[in-house]
Design a binder for this molecule. Structure first.
Ligand code: 5GP
Ligand code: MG
Length: 177
């Protein structure tokens, strides 16, 4: 049975609230949104649209990061990008991801960026799972906290399926094969 967790209109209002918080905290420096592919895509696009309501200097780039195999985190985070370190110089960076689960992905990406010379790095996730964190770190911006279940839709996949759904649902056991 399909269990919708967030409808399209609920997601829209969660994203609008996140954009307002980011805009309020803006230092006036250029803001570089660094999306983690592929899951960030619909969220980041909607976040940019909402941020366009504010007078911000905004740039968007992407990192390819992966850690999930099927419905479980492998614990091994692979970061793959050809971005020059000059990209984040003088910018406030916000790493944007779909969901914070164990936290290993965001922790690794933030450490990687700091190592590559980024000064101010914040993190923003649409969702965070309750009780699943394995790191001492909290996302700076978080749209909502959800139960520890495997979800799909709005960019989140199960073996590359379901990313196109405009809503988020819990993946039922009979849909996992
Ligand atoms: P973490 O490193 O925090 O454990 O996991 C973050 C990444 O794992 C997310 O970017 C996302 O790609 C994937 N992930 C974590 N939980 C889920 C989930 O419930 N569903 C899907 N589809 N991906 C998830
Ligand atoms: Mg991801």
């Amino acid at each position: 049975m399909t269990q919708t967790l967030y409808t399209e209109s609920e997601l829209k209002s969660v994203v609008a609230t996140l954009a307002a918080a980011i805009a309020t905290d803006s230092s006036g420096r250029k803001l570089l949104l660094l999306g983690l592919l592929k899951g960030c895509q619909p969220f980041l696009a909607d976040l940019c649209r909402e941020l366009s309501r504010y007078q911000l200097s905004l740039a968007v780039e992407y990192l390819q990061v992966s850690s999930y195999v099927g419905t479980a985190s492998s614990g091994q985070v692979t970061i793959n990008h050809g971005l020059p370190d000059s990209l984040w110089r003088g910018c406030d960076v916000i790493v944007v991801d779909d969901i914070f689960d164990t936290g290993l992905t965001l922790k690794s990406v933030v450490a990687h960026l700091r190592e590559k010379g980024a000064e101010k790095v914040k993190t923003c996730v649409l969702l965070r799972k309750e009780g699943s964190s394995r790191v001492v770190m909290e996302p700076d911006y978080c749209g909502a906290v959800i139960p520890d279940a495997f979800i799909v839709g709005y960019g989140l996949d199960y073996n590359e399926q379901y990313r196109e759904l405009p809503y988020i649902k819990i993946l039922a056991e009979d849909e996992q094969n």
